[in-house]
Design a protein around this ligand. Structure first.
Ligand code: ADP
Ligand code: MG
Length: 344
């Protein structure tokens, strides 16, 4: 299948500061791809490069095999056939729902027919004469989506689409928006900082960290076997323990010898971080101790602990009883096989 969107080695600097560095990925027809990363990592800048509001200094961006951006090419935004849903939605406050949705359709013979189609698809029937301030957060969200979809763009870019909606609504909305997009076969690049949102909607997930794409995987691959320590940290599903890997693929750490399954991809005698889930760790008050409780918070049914081990490595663990801060404890690995190590 030919990609709808194709980025090859895209880099962007602002006043000599690298904001986006050497990013390459593809989004195929009808696919939803999510870009996940913390605030300030460059997600919005990347969308602005794709939409045509910034020009890359290196690399190329192709939409439907057409080169739209490089150091010497800059197709204007309106000719790229990209739909954009901005972080703040940017609905026109002085226009009705009908006028907002129809904004990009001037000159279309079947304008009202397309608007009616979208009102139905996005469950906005009966609201066409309302103004944005007369709508709920979820309804405003769907108007912005309808407006982005109206001219049938080749790809839709969503920039943290639910950041202005109450958090309890975000999951339902994510599913709803996914259904709408999938029913139309639209290709989507969806930016979020929520791992739950990405896992719920994406066919592919990219992790961005300090302007670099660290990972491009399916949700299952990402969750089961992240390719980078950054992804492990970001997913927050495992602790990272540091040590040095020996010739036998074992990392000697504060909590014991940890055997790696991916030793052949790593170099012996180098600093290595090992991902270890909390189900693979045990905690007791036995001697010798190797850690200290830093905080303990009741989470309903269990206590969430943060623990310092060794030279200030921080772990997160669950425990069935409360432990006071500064309690000395022993943390052990109960599984020391099948673990993944990462080197930088
Ligand atoms: P994200 O969307 O992931 O939160 P952004 O793409 O908005 O991140 O920003 C990435 C980096 O680029 C940040 O360090 C930010 O300060 C910088 N940046 C973004 N826009 C501008 C701008 N117009 N001028 C200067 N720096 C900018
Ligand atoms: Mg942003």
């Amino acid at each position: 299948m030919k990609p709808v969107l194709n980025l090859k080695g895209v880099s962007f600097q602002y006043l000599k500061n690298a904001i986006i560095e050497d990013i390459s990925f593809q989004v195929n027809g009808g696919e939803i791809a999510c870009l996940l990363g913390p605030s300030g990592c460059g997600k919005s800048t990347l969308l602005r490069l794709i939409a045509g509001f910034e020009q890359p200094q290196q690399g190329q961006i192709y939409i439907h095999q057409n080169l739209v951006a490089s150091a010497d090419t800059m197709t204007p935004p309106q000719q790229r056939q990209v739909g954009m849903l901005f972080q703040n939605l940017a609905l026109f406050p002085h226009m009705t729902v009908n006028q907002n949705i129809g904004f990009g359709l001037s000159g279309h013979a079947d304008k009202q027919q397309r608007i009616d189609e979208l009102l139905c698809l996005c469950r906005l029937e009966g609201l066409n004469h309302r103004y944005p301030h007369q709508l709920s957060g979820g309804q405003r969200q769907r108007v912005a989506l309808a407006r982005a979809m109206a001219p049938k763009p080749r790809i839709i870019l969503l920039d943290e689409p639910f950041s202005s909606v109450e958090s309890e609504l975000q999951n339902d909305l994510a599913h709803e928006v996914k259904q709408i997009l999938k029913s139309q076969g639209v290709s989507v690049l969806w930016v979020t900082h929520s791992i739950d949102e990405a896992l719920a909607v994406a066919d592919h997930i990219g992790i961005i960290w300090q302007g670099r794409l660290m990972e491009w995987s399916t949700p299952t691959e990402l969750y089961e076997q992240p390719k980078s320590a950054v992804a492990v940290k970001f997913l927050n599903q495992a602790n990272l323990i540091s040590g040095e890997m020996n010739e036998q693929g074992c990392v000697n750490s504060t909590i014991g010898c940890l055997n790696l399954v991916n030793e052949d991809q790593l170099t012996p005698h180098q600093a290595t971080q090992v991902a270890i889930k909390q189900s693979q760790l045990s905690l007791s008050l036995e001697q010798p101790t190797n850690g200290v409780v830093k905080s303990c918070v009741y989470q309903g049914g269990y206590y969430a602990l943060t623990i310092d081990i060794g030279d200030k490595q921080r772990l997160k663990m669950h425990h069935n009883q409360a432990l006071k801060p500064n309690t000395a404890i022993q943390v052990k690995a109960i599984t020391n096989n099948g673990l993944y190590g990462y080197q930088t």
